[in-house]
Design a protein around this ligand. Structure first.
Ligand code: SAM
Length: 896
């Protein structure tokens, strides 16, 4: 026993304390080791010597025989035997000292303990593998039958799973296991009985007859039990070579395969063949759908259906194969196919909503006024917006409301809810009523930014994601909370809102958890919904993929340096802190159009308020407050203005040159025309013949061609004094007078002036008098382009802008007055350019006039600038008023 093998594979029991000599049938050695580790605890008996060695050889033989026959006595009988033996035990010499407290070794060994589970065969925790190893070779039944069934057992050979399968001839592992377990249970019961019997024998070693009787009785009992168990069909089937599984019909042909093979190899014949035959599907032989295939169309005839079936192409499989099974293979097998990256939907790769529980977050879904905020909130209606979109537009990108960040509703949009696509907050409301994936965001735990929010679905570019709502508080309340309530907090949920109020989302929507990023994927935008401002998080221009963390740029105002926080957004352009966005240089910020508008404004200021943008900007307290950035802005603006001015000057010069060449060409043409017309003896020419020839010639040209064209200042030839009393001069006079009277310039006066001109009054004084008298005689022929163009204020502005002349509102009067002056400056050498190319439109004509003015202005820029502004103020009430208005406007703009 000292060298006893205690390993689990040992065939010697360490618990039963019985060593059975099994020379005859070494295979049976294992039967004594049936008791698992949890069975009867070891006693001190037999540590040195085998009990069996003390047994008389006769008894040992009996035991051997008993074992060979594998009789299992019922436990109750055995117990009675054991009781008897223990009762008789004190009479044995080993128990002599029982009266002195601790009993002797041998007496202690006689105290039998039982493991009821083992005895009942319900101890299922013994590893099956262990049991298989040790009890697989136990045979059951009468010896004769066993010997018959196993004529030449190979005692040393261990059973492998393969060999076991061969012996059972089944492939169903469940059934194999069931059979094995049943067999093992039976073995356990039998071996336990044997063990107990042996123990009983050992205990009764000195009991002589009693023992012999007991054994005999026990033998009978065991035999009876064995017979009973042999009659049990399950036990019987477990010991038979044919597996119990074979009784069952296999479900598939594959299941049946091994049996088929065994049949081919001389298996058990036709009966078994039938057993392995797979189930055949039962088809309907009657009823409505008999004979119809899946694609059968009842409207077609049989042959048509067949033809259709034949012609049908195999359906293309559009289902996305799961990448974990196929993507790799596909990539390897077909390198020609190009694949694109994709992401699985959030609910596929992350199917469960993660409910992160956040302490101290009271969720509210609507803005709530707190304290004074409600009283101080300005309730007057916000600026309204209206859209005029058509149904086809659907309030798309061009929708006025959308551009102005106003939500469309019945009051400001003609489209219905279904037609209009500019109702983000209404959409959000709908979404919030559906499931979590529709709503689309959830709180997550980030690595180093605390909580965050991630998308559980994809969002289109600029689609609304979630509203930022909370408590609306005043600035005072905000300061109080910062100092008192949130003193120790690291995270703030405060956001500037409308009416100088603040949204505190400490109690608010999930949007409060959205973290900052210097390269964000969302934007926080204020919208006007039903006349009220509301903040919401919108997807950026790239849109959002499911699973992405949502971020926006806080443009954070830390209030004090104490609150400056380190940024962990980890983007390449991270600014390092949760600070405000650096201001972009003005030229980057503004579009070309915006800068042009700004330039025009500046010029307005120059014209009305003083020279240069610096003075204007310095007057702005707001800009002064802004410090460096404001200065930079002004400097940039100045640089821009200078550059634009230089460019415009260049353009004006070019334009003037073009005009000059055009005029030359026109003059040449007119010479030819004049010659032919002179010969025709025109009336006007005759009238004017009393004056100088040259005058006649020229005036006749005027008379002939200038009825419509003369109005252009450029067409006037100031070199000819007589002709100097041209329409323009008259117009300017009329306008001047009108302006002096405080009258707005009107076409009538201009027209009357031209009517006068039509009469070709030779004397300028006369002319002027006539004009003063204000003859209103109208001529349908007189619609001078110059008058129309002169009335086109924007046109003038544009040209003036080009020429960089100071802006002149109601420029008509001043330009007219100056025209007169300018005309005087134009040298005589300028020929009859009044005969303008007939193909030119009125507008072009006007342009040319103004361009000419511009060109002449450029000649003496300094000179021109100063009187211009002066004349502006002098020109008349209308001008003064508008100038004052414009100036006031410019100033007020600065101050806001
Ligand atoms: C509106 S809360 C955002 C939710 C916050 N992470 C939380 O756990 O409740 C703003 C606070 O989040 C933290 N935070 C947000 N974005 C961050 C970033 N990019 N880096 C570091 N901290 C950030 C800052 O502490 C900040 O005060």
């Amino acid at each position: 026993m000292a060298n006893r093998n205690t390993s689990p594979s040992s065939t010697v029991s360490v618990h039963s304390n019985i060593t059975v000599h099994t020379e005859k049938h070494p295979d049976f050695r294992a039967s004594s080791s049936a008791s698992p580790p949890t069975s009867t605890p070891p006693t001190s008996l037999g540590d040195d010597t085998s009990v069996m060695s003390e047994l008389p050889p006769k008894i040992e033989q009996v035991v051997e025989q008993q074992q060979d026959e594998v009789h299992i006595p019922p436990p109750s009988k055995i117990a009675s035997v054991i009781t008897q033996s223990t009762e008789s035990a004190p009479s044995t010499p080993n128990n002599n000292n029982s009266g002195r407290g601790r009993p002797t070794r041998s007496s202690r060994s006689s105290v039998v303990t039982y493991n009821v589970q083992i005895l009942a065969g319900t101890a299922i925790h013994t590893p099956t593998k262990y049991l298989e190893t040790h009890h697989g070779n136990v045979l059951h039944g009468p010896i004769d039958a066993v010997v018959k069934a196993n004529p030449s057992p190979s005692p040393k050979k261990r059973r492998t799973p393969g060999s076991r399968r061969n012996s059972t001839d089944t492939n169903d592992p469940a059934e194999q296991q069931l059979a094995a377990e049943t067999a093992q249970a039976a073995q356990r019961r039998s071996s336990r009985a044997t063990d107990l019997r042996r123990e009983a024998l050992r205990n009764l070693s000195g009991a002589g007859e009693l023992v012999a009787n007991a054994i005999t009785g026990g033998k009978q009992l065991v035999q009876k039990t064995l017979k009973r168990s042999a009659s049990d069909s399950r036990l019987r089937s477990s010991t038979q070579t044919a597996p119990p599984a074979s009784a069952k019909r296999p479900r598939t042909a594959r299941d049946a395969e091994p049996n088929d093979v065994s049949n081919k190899n001389g298996g058990s014949g036709d009966a078994e063949k039938e057993v392995v035959k797979p189930k055949s599907k039962q088809w309907l032989s009657q009823g409505l759908f008999v004979g119809q295939t899946r694609g059968f169309d009842a409207r077609l005839s049989g042959s048509q259906n067949r033809a259709r079936l034949k012609s049908r192409k195999p359906k293309e499989n559009n289902t996305l194969p799961l990448p974990m099974f196929t993507a790799g293979d596909s990539l390897d097998s077909n390198p020609k196919i190009s694949y694109r990256d994709f992401k699985l939907p959030f609910d596929v790769y992350n199917p469960l909503l993660r409910k992160v529980k956040v302490d101290g977050w009271t969720k509210i879904s609507k803005n709530r006024f707190i304290g004074e905020a409600s009283a101080l909130w300005k309730r007057e209606k916000q600026d309204s917006s209206q859209c005029y979109c058509e149904v086809e537009d659907g309030c798309g990108e061009a929708c006025h409301n959308r551009i102005m960040a106003y939500e469309c509703d019945a009051s400001n949009c003609r489209l219905t809810e279904d037609q209009c696509t500019n109702r983000p907050f209404a959409d959000l409301k709908k979404r919030s009523k559906s499931n979590g994936y529709d709503y689309g965001v959830e709180v997550m735990q980030t690595e180093d930014k605390g909580y965050g929010v991630r998308a559980m679905r994809s969002f289109n570019p600029h689609q609304i994601i979630v509203e930022y709502a909370g408590e609306i508080i005043t600035q005072d309340e905000c300061e109080r909370r910062m100092k008192q309530v949130y003193k120790k907090d690291k995270c703030y949920y405060l956001m500037s809102f409308d009416n100088k109020m603040i949204i505190d989302a400490t109690r608010g929507t999930i949007a409060r958890f959205v973290n900052h990023s210097c390269e964000p994927n969302c934007e926080m935008i204020k919208w006007t919904v039903g006349g009220e401002p509301r903040m919401a998080l919108f997807a950026g221009r790239r849109g959002i993929m499911s699973g992405e963390e949502l971020t926006y740029d806080y443009n954070f105002d830390p209030f004090s340096s104490k609150n400056i926080q380190e940024c962990h957004c980890g983007t390449p352009s991270c600014r390092g802190v949760l600070g405000p966005k650096p201001k972009k240089p003005a030229h980057e910020e503004k579009s070309l159009a915006a800068s042009l508008v700004a330039g025009a404004k500046r010029k307005l200021q120059e014209a009305f308020g003083g020279r240069g943008g610096t003075a204007g900007s310095s007057g702005s307290p707001k800009k002064r407050k802004n410090g460096n950035s404001a200065t930079t802005k002004v400097m940039n603006a100045l640089a821009q203005t200078t550059a634009a001015r230089a460019k415009a000057e260049q353009e004006a010069v070019t334009h003037a040159a073009q005009l000059a060449s055009r005029q030359n060409r026109a003059a040449n043409r007119s010479k030819v025309l004049n010659q032919s017309k002179r010969s025709a003896g025109l009336r006007k020419t005759t009238i004017l013949q009393g004056t100088t020839t040259s005058t006649v010639t020229k005036s006749s040209r005027h008379a002939t061609f200038s009825i419509r064209k003369v109005s252009k200042p450029s067409t006037l030839n100031p070199g000819k004094r007589v002709v100097g009393s041209s329409t323009q001069r008259i117009v300017s006079n009329v306008l001047k007078k009108g302006a002096k009277k405080g009258l707005p310039p009107n076409n009538n006066s201009a027209k009357s002036a031209q009517t006068q001109e039509r009469d070709e009054t030779p004397n300028q004084d006369e002319e002027e008098e006539d004009i003063t008298s204000g003859s209103d005689s109208e001529s349908p022929n007189i619609t001078p382009a110059s008058l129309r163009s002169a009335h086109r204020k924007p046109q003038q502005q544009r040209l003036l802008k080009q020429s960089k002349l100071p802006f002149q509102p109601l420029n008509l009067a001043s330009s007219a007055s100056k025209t007169k002056k300018d005309i005087m400056e134009i040298p005589d050498s300028e020929p009859e350019d009044e005969i303008v190319e007939p193909e030119e439109s009125d507008e072009q004509a006007g342009n040319q006039d103004l361009a000419k003015i511009a060109a002449s202005k450029l000649k003496g820029k300094k000179k021109a600038n100063a009187p211009a502004s002066r004349s502006l103020h002098k020109t008349g009430a209308a001008v003064t008023k508008s100038a004052a208005k414009a100036r006031a406007k410019g100033k007020s703009t600065k101050h806001t």
